[in-house]
Design a protein around this ligand. Structure first.
Ligand SMILES: *Cc1c(COP(=O)(O)O)cnc(C)c1O
Length: 379
């Protein structure tokens, strides 16, 4: 199987450790039995640390987008005014979900590759009447990290709930759910959690739970008060993805063994290594250093080479899968995922394979210097 030998460095799905894969192959259990209760409750307890919250994160069977939809429909009513801060494709998606369910969405559009400006958000919120602020911790389509803490402070002052898409950000980027006063935070299994796609995690503050009582958007599968009620017994309202929960327990153990501080430090090192190595090869980073994502880095290849042409050579001849661009960046950029189960060795391999592909495409490159720059940046 050629996929089995690929070096997969995309911002989700991310590589899954053998420990997690093996856990996922265990026999099924009854999802309404004591062993399952114990599994779900122990995962929930570990998830609190990941989100830096004292509340119980909910584990839903859905990809990340399902978690975003749950955040919207459980806290808002049709006609509610919300402010959506859009820094790329995923910010757009969050706004579209809210609009689909009838929210009155006002957008702050930030040029792709830049981060949101909290002062602008604050000024807009001061206009008043906003029920919620929608924002993205890590904008995966561009490789930008947004100042969520500052935006949350502005929202708090304006009396708006802060709903955060932290799907690719969580565990790669510090996110202090309780300390920053975030009403809802959503994460996904296939990003820094190192497990296959299919689960998402949603935290709800007391204010968010309060909002569920009056929220009028339709909800059934994603009824979070129902999920909270069954979680008290260690169950989901519906049949959960049992295999993914086996994997989750394993990945949460791995995260605890490494230590959250070290997990963040590793993501920072890898980000610096990728940027340093690629810069020597002539790649132009889309995001500036001060707002550069800890999870994924977007580049324009040197010499006018189209991103997709470069990726085709990488995939076909060198077994490296990088992600392409979305929206206006489609075809143009390459995105190097460095989140989840990724370490120094994968970054060094990635940089040297990128050098090989560039050479094949006729660029003058110095692979040894690029690898050395990446290694030094990660030292
Ligand atoms: C991956 C991602 C999503 C979408 O998640 P799906 O799992 O594809 O539904 C949403 N937001 C961000 C920031 C992401 O990186």
């Amino acid at each position: 199987d050629s996929q089995e030998d690929m070096l997969l460095l995309i911002p989700g799905p991310t590589p899954v450790p053998g420990r997690v894969l093996r856990a996922g192959s265990r026999p099924m259990m009854n999802h309404r039995c004591p062993a399952f209760h114990e599994l779900l409750l122990s995962c929930t307890s570990s998830l609190r640390d990941c989100f830096a919250t004292s509340t119980d994160p909910l584990t839903l069977t859905a990809s990340g987008t399902g978690g975003l939809e749950a955040a919207i429909v459980n806290t808002l009513s049709p006609g509610d005014k919300v402010l959506s801060v859009i820094t790329g494709a995923f910010g757009q998606r969050f706004a579209e979900i809210a609009e689909t369910y009838g929210a009155d969405v006002e957008r702050i559009e930030v040029p792709w590759g830049q981060a949101a400006d909290p002062a602008l958000v604050e000024a807009k919120l001061a206009g008043g009447g906003y029920k919620a602020l929608l924002c993205t911790l890590n904008e995966t389509s561009t490789g930008v990290v947004n100042p969520v803490q500052a935006m949350a402070a502005a929202a708090k002052a304006a009396g708006a709930l802060v709903l955060v898409d932290a799907i690719s950000g969580l565990l790669a980027t510090p996110c202090e759910t309780d300390a920053w006063g975030l009403a809802v935070v959503v994460a996904g299994s296939q990003k820094a959690f190192m497990i296959p796609p299919g689960l998402c995690f949603v935290t709800m503050s007391e204010a968010a739970w309060e909002a569920t009582k009056t929220a009028k958007m339709p909800r059934f599968y994603f009824d979070l008060p129902a999920a909270r009620k069954t979680l008290a017994k260690g169950e989901n309202p519906w049949t959960p993805a049992v295999s993914l929960l086996y994997g989750l327990r394993e990945s949460l153990d791995m995260i605890a063994e490494e230590g959250l501080t070290n997990v963040f430090a590793r993501h920072l090192r890898l980000r610096n290594g990728v940027r340093a190595g690629a810069a020597v090869l002539g790649f132009e980073a889309l995001a500036s250093d001060d707002v550069a994502s800890l999870a994924v880095t977007s580049f324009l290849p040197p010499g006018g080479i189209e991103g997709d042409a470069f990726r085709k050579v990488l995939r076909g001849h060198y077994g490296l899968e990088l992600a392409g661009g979305q929206g206006p960046l489609k075809g143009k950029i390459v995105r190097f995922g460095h989140l989840g189960y990724v370490h120094e060795a994968e970054v060094l391999k990635g940089i040297s394979l990128m050098a090989a592909a560039l050479a094949e495409l006729g660029q003058a490159v110095d692979p040894a210097r690029a690898v050395a720059a990446a290694r030094e940046a990660m030292a």
